[in-house]
Design a protein around this ligand. Structure first.
Ligand code: PMV
Length: 318
């Protein structure tokens, strides 16, 4: 018996940080995926392997421990948590991961791996599930591994497409798409999301009136972006991304490298460019209607980059 499932990574278009203070957010699934294959292991050991990431390990799913054979997989904690909780029989299996989402760049690699592993396992064990169950369970796994996680990453990875998270924390999908390319620039230095969220809180406690109004303004930019998306108004979307960037900068989460990437992207044809995710390292997102390669090549001179499109394909299992 072999089961294969996949799930996309994500990028936040609007509302990061403000979402922590109950403002809305918009995120999208991108066409970079985690693919997980599960099959029986005839030798009686449970293994977890990824050639893309260069690691191999043997797992004890009852004890949630592992023995490394090769490499160093940070992502293993999510897989152990899933197998411990959901593979009741603990029969020996091989779990194989392919991943073309950069790890630790704020592009939702852990959520994609979590969603794809859960879907592959549910399929393998014959557990009946729908996407709502999958998104909820994946969120619980992220929470137990990380201690704290927003439901946005796992929801986007499960449902795909463009997702709106309301002030009331309801998640809905837009019916529209963005045809333009995105170029994502990333550094190898991921900021620590928990610490950066705390640093914003610290600044907010110091300057409550100013920060409250900046956070509310980010929420307004997200509302306007929702309208721009529904009316296919790309140039307004780009402008709003640039406005959102200015507001994110004032929260103190920008870095020299992120700024460099943002101005490089804008200077080479991006109509909007901003930090995506927590900042302090991590990634930028640029909206590029034409000639995405030009922005990609310019970013590549000093940083890492990839060209991405929004994908409507959420989690898929077979
Ligand atoms: O670091 P990322 O890409 O997972 O983004 C974090 C987004 C924040 O709004 C900063 C935090 C959160 O939990 O929503």
């Amino acid at each position: 018996m072999e089961s294969v499932a996949s799930a996309p990574g994500k990028t936040i278009l609007f509302g990061e940080h403000a979402v922590v203070y109950n403002q809305p957010a918009i995120a999208a699934a991108v066409d970079k995926r985690a693919i997980v294959t599960i099959k029986d292991n005839p030798k009686g050991v449970t293994t977890f392997r990824s050639d893309d990431l260069g690691f191999e390990a043997e797992l004890d799913t009852r004890k949630k421990t592992y023995k490394l054979i090769k490499g160093k997989p940070g992502i293993i904690r999510y897989v152990l948590e899933i197998l411990n909780k959901w593979h009741d029989e603990h029969t020996p299996i091989d779990v194989k991961l392919s991943l073309n989402i950069p790890i630790g760049s704020g592009l939702g690699s852990s959520a994609a791996v979590t969603v794809a592993t859960l879907a592959a396992l549910y399929n393998y064990t014959g557990f009946p599930f729908n996407k709502r169950v999958l998104a909820n369970e994946a969120h619980k796994i992220e929470q137990s591994v990380q201690g704290m996680a927003s439901p946005l990453d796992t929801a986007v990875s499960t449902f795909g497409g463009l997702v709106y998270l309301s002030r009331e924390k309801e998640i809905s999908k837009f019916n529209t798409d963005i045809k333009s390319n995105f170029v994502i620039g990333y550094t190898n230095k991921k900021g620590n999301t928990g610490q950066i969220v705390k640093s914003v809180k610290f600044l907010k406690n110091k300057h409550p009136r100013i920060l409250d109004s900046i956070i509310k303004t980010i929420g307004k930019a997200t509302d306007e972006a929702k309208d721009a998306l529904m009316t296919d108004n790309n140039s307004k979307l780009g402008e709003l991304m640039n406005i959102n960037q200015g507001l994110l900068d004032s929260l103190g989460i920008n870095t020299y490298e992120l700024s460099r990437m943002i101005y490089t992207a804008r200077g080479n044809g991006a109509i909007g460019a901003k930090i995506t995710g927590a900042g302090g390292g991590g990634s930028i997102l640029a909206l590029v209607p034409k000639n995405a390669e030009k922005v990609f090549n310019a970013l590549k001179v000093e940083d890492n980059a990839l060209i991405a499109k929004i994908t409507q394909k959420g989690a898929l299992a077979k």
